[in-house]
Write a protein that binds this ligand. Structure first.
Ligand SMILES: [Zn+2]
Length: 423
């Protein structure tokens, strides 16, 4: 026992020191923004780098450099070419991933703009940038490898917007979760409304657990960004209008889905400050939003939009899946033969990776959605837009029906992500 304790102590001391040393060895305190085209079709991906930019700050952890969350549809990694060692990785999903699982992607190719931001490697290293996607059973497969060519770094456009602090915490930028709100569809004349909406949403972040308990970890600021025209296009008489930064309703023909295809333009505005997560606050009373893991989230600004903001943010921040199954036609090409990577969804193909540890031993699998089981973690059929064969952990949850709480499985997943940002 004594020996074991000694070892534990040694590991606890040694690991943070070791990873900090990795950071000091390989990285500058700045970011590499990589813009690339992500193209392909169902289960086929191509990644073609278009440009590099160097940003004068880095928001992420200096001690958590290799992503071991198993979240997301894709992964980007940096390798030291010399010793072939992975020195950084980050998992993420994108809008392309959603298109890729639509019927349309079986017969045609898509080509989408994407951006990833990684720590900037020091001059003396030759670096490979590697992209991965998932195979049919959701294992990672390398699909593109390109050498980081420093001569292709583009000059940074000097965009400067006022930064509005909404919820400031004392921790340094690498040891906190930096959330930025980008208001969109507010004219200069609507400044008062914009300020009120931003503060309302910032306050809303801390009215729900487990975010409430992480108040000291989450730093929220907003960019003071105005548009010429009020509101968000995509519906009714503004159906074909170009959205500011491409942001519109009606993405992929789904009326309430607010997204943009102009990801590079969006990132040009966000070049302004270091951040870990972004929510686009859309000046509109019409219900809508969206959220994609480690990509961005959007939300309308109506009087009851706070819950939608929390729901969408939890997609984009924690990679949680939707636990509802209202309309099987929304499901796309969901793969029932693979265990999904979302922490709150299972097909029971490999439930050992999921939430069995949070269940009572005698709970049947699948679990009947009865009154008696109302407050029991179980395996309830109907999730991820599919009524059969996909299961969720709880009868109700913020991720199912905007209930004002997260189920124990979603709460755990959010807390685990928060821990990463505190390191
Ligand atoms: Zn849940």
């Amino acid at each position: 026992m004594k020996h074991l304790l000694k070892n534990t102590f040694f590991i606890l001391l040694f690991v943070p020191f070791f990873v900090q040393a990795q950071w000091d060895k390989y990285f500058e305190n700045s970011s590499l923004r990589i813009d690339y085209y992500h193209s392909g079709r169902y289960r086929i991906d191509y990644f073609n780098v278009y440009s590099y930019q160097k940003l004068p700050f880095y928001s992420g952890s200096h001690t958590y450099l290799i992503d071991n969350t198993n979240n997301g549809a894709y992964k980007v990694a940096l390798f030291d070419k010399n010793n072939k060692k992975m020195i950084y990785s980050k998992n993420f999903s994108t809008l392309f991933n959603e298109w890729q699982s639509s019927e349309e992607a079986k017969n045609m190719c898509g080509n989408y703009e994407e951006t990833v931001i990684v720590p900037f490697p020091k001059e003396e290293y030759d670096i490979d940038i590697v992209f991965y996607s998932r195979d049919s059973v959701n294992n990672w497969q390398e699909v593109a490898r390109t050498e980081f060519n420093r001569s292709l770094i583009e000059e940074l456009e000097d965009v400067r917007y006022n930064i509005l602090p909404l919820h400031s915490v004392e921790r340094s930028v690498d040891k906190r979760m930096d959330l930025v709100f980008l208001p969109l569809g507010y004219t200069k004349e609507e400044k008062d409304k914009m300020m009120k909406d931003l503060q309302r949403f910032s306050d809303a972040m801390f009215t729900y657990e487990p975010y409430k308990s992480k108040e000291d970890l989450i730093n929220i600021s907003a960019l003071e960004y105005y548009t010429k025209k009020s509101g968000i296009p995509g519906l009714k008489d503004r159906k074909d209008e170009e959205g500011e930064l491409g942001v519109k309703y009606n993405t992929f023909g789904s009326e309430r889905y607010i997204m943009t295809l102009s990801v590079w333009k969006l990132n040009d505005v966000l070049n302004n400050l270091p951040y870990d997560a972004v929510i686009i606050i859309c000046n509109s009373d019409v219900y809508g939003g969206g959220g994609v893991y480690n990509f961005y989230a959007t939300c309308y600004s109506g009087t009851t939009a706070e819950k939608v903001l929390i729901h969408e943010f939890s997609h984009s921040f924690a990679g949680l899946g939707d636990e509802y199954a209202d309309n099987d036609s929304d499901a796309g090409l969901q793969n029932i033969d693979a265990e999904p990577y979302e922490k709150n969804i299972t097909t029971l193909v490999d439930f050992s990776k999921k939430w069995g540890d949070l269940m009572e031993k005698d709970t049947p699998i699948p679990t009947p959605a009865t009154k008696e089981n109302k407050e029991k973690v179980g395996v309830y059929e109907g999730a991820a837009y599919v009524s059969k064969g996909f299961y969720r952990p709880y009868q109700t949850c913020m991720m199912r029906d905007l209930s004002p709480f997260f189920c124990p499985v979603c709460s755990k997943a959010i807390n685990e992500m928060m821990d990463i940002y505190s390191k």
